[in-house]
Design a protein around this ligand. Structure first.
Ligand SMILES: *Cc1c(COP(=O)(O)O)cnc(C)c1O
Length: 497
């Protein structure tokens, strides 16, 4: 299978080439030329498959220029109980009669990004081997907090690859920052940027299209790639866990074969929810996609009105990994839903660049309405949801997952549609322990506590274990202290190399 550009401006490439390049060098994103289907028989048989087997079923359909041995090696190296705290990799927790929390935080960095970033380094290393270039790969990452650490862990000490992560200095949680700046490995660098996530992501995307800078980097012996969800290698592994979730529902007799389920995803860059849409197009029975946002509700308004308008204030929230106004992967979704109309995509994204907004036409809007609903949760609602779920179910959720749960509850109320629903838990609650503790325990005096005390207190209060990736975090040595302005990112890269 070949990969094409959402903007019709590049020749078809193999999967490994799409992964190696990260994004289309002339602008746009790589998408599969057609979406492979899995037969009903294959989907139902997953009930008796391991996560690794399901992973193979999905990846082999998309990554057609990788050998079976390569895929099996990557899967075995990524999805095992050394990296993940459970054999199931992404277990389901039954919250109530029809909603199920898909725990995507059992990996080393405690957020769902691990599901892709544990395997992607193998896929990229194999892609480099196929190409036989003399250049090392330089991975540039813009992060709203979780991708950065997950990518650093995945790519740390991988031969032939150097990774530089840019994060918004004031836009990530204390624990996220600490996780990143304490990363070891001689091929890693971390930079605090004086700006927000969109500033970081725009700069990095701009650098990929900057031919002069590409030459400068080439002279130093490097070529660019991306570990953000603009890279197909980030997205394709995320399709796997939607099949795994359906398989587990079948196995536990929660649903019948062929029964349609809803999917609720706390969304930022639109990568995770897009992966569920690809699963649907591959044959997974899905009724509705519920796109959950925080106060940066640009997607909620898009699904309600058909207008994507990023001209608004950027809000810093207690679900910082979703503080995003430009959801990059919406471009891939619009390309798919318009039946690969690259001219429309090119026009809309030109408008987005020039005017900060675009409006889709009625016909496309109607098609989207059949499948997608957008809603958002306010800061107060997020906290209330964490508290309610904890009090009612004795179950701890992080603020991002709480956005999902809150929006799902609104959906049930508004649509009166009670269908088995999978809600993505995108981070472990300990990753945002200050917010979670203050939400469940009004009496705790968070401001006077150290990060370590907060983790401990949350553990004592809830009777649950601190995520293993977060234990001992406060004792680790700070290794990265680079800081720069948004317009100094290129200089910074040269300085680091
Ligand atoms: C990245 C992230 C999100 C947003 O996911 P997208 O794929 O960007 O939509 C939500 N929650 C958490 C905890 C994240 O790390």
């Amino acid at each position: 299978m070949k990969y094409i550009s959402t903007r019709g401006n590049y020749d078809k490439v193999e999967a490994s080439e799409a992964i190696r390049l990260g994004m289309v060098p002339t602008g746009g994103l790589f998408v599969p030329e057609e979406i492979p289907r899995l037969s009903e028989e294959t989907i139902y048989s997953m009930e008796n498959s391991s996560y690794q087997e399901i992973a193979y079923n999905v990846l082999t359909k998309f990554l057609t220029d990788y050998t079976d041995e390569e895929l099996q090696e990557a899967i075995a190296s990524a999805y095992n109980t050394t990296n993940f705290s459970t054999e199931k990799i992404t277990p389901l927790y039954k919250l109530d009669d029809e909603s199920y929390i898909l725990e995507l935080w059992h990996g080393p960095t405690a957020a769902f990004k691990d599901l892709a970033l544990q395997i992607m380094p193998y896929l990229l290393a194999q892609a480099i081997e196929k190409k036989e270039t003399d250049k090392d790969i330089l991975i540039l990452v813009a992060t709203s907090g979780d991708t950065g650490k997950a990518a650093l862990e995945g790519f740390r000490n991988v031969d032939g690859i150097k990774i530089i992560v840019f994060y918004p200095d004031e836009g990530v949680s204390e624990i996220q920052k600490r996780q990143m700046v304490t990363t070891t490995g001689d091929n890693t660098a971390v930079v605090a940027v004086n700006g927000n996530f969109d500033d970081c992501q725009n700069s990095v995307k701009g650098i990929f299209g900057d031919q002069d800078f590409k030459k400068i980097i080439a002279n130093k012996g490097y070529q660019f790639s991306s570990a953000n969800s603009i890279n197909w290698g980030r997205l394709v592994p995320q399709i796997i866990y939607y099949f795994a979730a359906y398989a587990e529902l079948l196995k536990k007799d929660e649903i019948k074969r062929g029964e349609k389920i809803n999917i609720t995803v706390p969304t930022g860059n639109f990568g995770n929810i897009l992966a569920s849409y690809y699963a649907y197009r591959m044959g997974l029975p899905i009724n509705r996609f519920i796109c959950a946002s925080n106060d940066n509700k640009v997607l909620t308004e898009f699904f309600k009105t058909g207008v994507y308008d990023k001209n608004r204030d950027f809000k810093k929230t207690i679900s910082p990994s979703m503080d995003i106004l430009i959801s990059s992967n919406l471009e891939r979704f619009l390309f798919e839903i318009t039946g690969h109309n690259d001219r429309k995509i090119d026009t809309w994204y030109r408008q987005l660049k020039e005017e900060g907004k675009f409006e889709i036409d009625e016909e496309v809007k109607d098609k989207i309405d059949e499948l997608f609903v957008g809603e958002y949760a306010t800061e107060a609602e997020i906290k209330k949801t964490i508290k309610r779920v904890y009090r009612q179910d004795k179950y701890l959720i992080d603020p991002h997952t709480a956005v999902g749960v809150n929006v799902y509850n609104k959906y049930v109320k508004n649509y009166n549609n009670k269908v088995a629903t999978v809600i993505d838990a995108t981070a472990n609650p300990y990753k945002f322990s200050a917010t979670v503790l203050s939400a469940i325990d009004d009496s705790s005096i968070i401001n006077e506590m150290t990060k370590f005390d907060i983790l401990k207190e949350l553990s004592e209060e809830s009777g649950t274990e601190i995520h293993s990736g977060l234990k001992g975090l406060t004792d680790r040595e700070v290794k990265h202290e680079f800081k720069c302005q948004v317009d100094e990112i290129k200089d910074m890269i040269q300085q680091i190399l």
